[in-house]
Design a protein around this ligand. Structure first.
Ligand SMILES: Cc1cc2nc3c(=O)[nH]c(=O)nc-3n(C[C@H](O)[C@H](O)[C@H](O)COP(=O)(O)OP(=O)(O)OC[C@H]3O[C@@H](n4cnc5c(N)ncnc54)[C@H](O)[C@@H]3O)c2cc1C
Length: 332
């Protein structure tokens, strides 16, 4: 609940970064105005898988990702009741078993499963794979439901939700501005680049999965996230491009191939949606908080917006409210 005594803060962008930051600031009594372009196609968060997978991600990114994201599952469990902590499963077809070994060498917080262990967790995968890595502490959520829930929570707590271009608002009316525009801030943050990600949403009622499943491949590692009711998100490509255009035929084939490799029943799936959007990334693929006058930029979430926003939001709140334990040096 906001109080009239708190600082007045404009949060620009209602992707995961803006919403989680606004939630942390509102919890400390800030009076929030949340500005958001109305079109969902402008936010990467709308297209995300919603995996909260610090230990899987650290196997292919910086080990700092695991440290920074380890508390994310519990943050989301507290703030969004649709969060599921059922772990993640990592598999490879027999011909790519070397990929599983490499992944295991780089990862932590997992146990190895044999075919029986896989079948015990996911009965529809029984007999299809002989070895897997299981990360029991990881979690997942439906990003669109989570974003809607955080927005509703902010509005119920007294935040103003402004649907339009934040340039229409006078920044002088605010004590602070927190800029969470994702790739929309590229002109203000010259080092920011776009990393295109493409995804599919399928309906396949013949298969039930309880947790995200990653399928390793030397060139095209992909994942499948269950959304419930026979619906699955299949993602995601990683292409060095800021093009928001429609998914390509090649990417569609690769994503569908992965689904088919996981289980041939996906061959009969209905394609409900295809999508593409731009992950905002700095050269080191790590997020940054930076000051510019009264504006704080929070950006560069790359593949990890849902995973890292809780930590970044606490740091921003620490900077604004002068909490010594929670300060982070700003970076240029
Ligand atoms: C296919 C795909 C799968 C992914 N899967 C995962 C995953 O499983 N787990 C994970 O942690 N991350 C995942 N990510 C990464 C994650 O989605 C991003 O890191 C995250 O969405 C970035 O969030 P953001 O809030 O910084 O930017 P965005 O979500 O892009 O939000 C930016 C917001 O700013 C608004 N905006 C821009 N300019 C203005 C303006 N002038 N005025 C008002 N509003 C403005 C936009 O409308 C938008 O609402 C995935 C990304 C993709 C593309």
């Amino acid at each position: 609940m906001t109080t009239s005594a708190g600082p007045r803060i404009l949060v620009i962008g209602a992707g995961v970064s803006g919403l989680v930051t606004a939630t942390a600031l509102a919890a400390r009594g800030a009076r929030i105005v949340l500005a958001e372009r109305p079109e969902a196609s402008t936010r990467a968060s709308h297209f995300a898988g919603g995996m909260l997978a610090p230990w899987c991600e650290a196997a292919t990114a910086s080990p700092d990702i695991a440290t920074m994201g380890a508390a994310a599952p519990s943050w989301w469990l507290q703030h969004f009741k649709g969060t599921r902590q059922a772990g993640s499963l990592v598999l490879a077809p027999r011909r790519d078993s070397a990929e599983l070994q490499t992944f295991a060498r780089r990862a932590s917080h997992f146990r190895t499963l044999d075919a029986e262990g896989i079948a015990a967790l996911e009965k529809d995968l029984a007999g299809r794979f002989s070895r897997a890595l299981f990360f029991p502490d990881e979690a997942h959520l439906d990003p669109r439901a989570a974003l809607a829930s955080l927005t509703a929570g902010l509005v119920a707590g007294g935040a103003d939700h402004y649907r339009g271009n934040a340039e229409e608002l006078d920044r002088q009316d605010f004590d602070h501005v927190v800029d969470c525009r994702g790739f929309g801030a590229a002109a203000a943050l010259p080092e920011l680049r776009g990393v295109r990600g493409e995804m599919l949403v399928l309906r396949c009622p013949d298969i039930a999965l309880s947790r995200p499943v990653r399928l390793l491949h030397p060139r095209i590692p992909l994942y499948i996230v269950p959304r419930g009711d026979g619906v699955f998100m299949i993602g995601a490509t990683m292409i060095e491009s800021a093009n928001r255009g429609a998914i390509t035929a090649r990417s569609t084939m690769e994503l569908l191939n992965a689904a088919y490799t996981l289980h041939p029943a996906f061959g009969e799936a209905e394609i409900l949606e295809t999508g593409a959007n731009i992950r905002p990334a700095f050269p080191d693929n790590m997020p940054r908080i930076s000051w510019e006058g009264r504006t704080i930029h929070v950006n560069g979430m790359h593949r990890h917006g849902f995973l890292l926003s809780p930590l970044l939001a606490e740091r921003v709140a620490g900077m604004i409210f002068g909490e010594k334990d929670n300060l982070l040096e700003s970076q240029p």
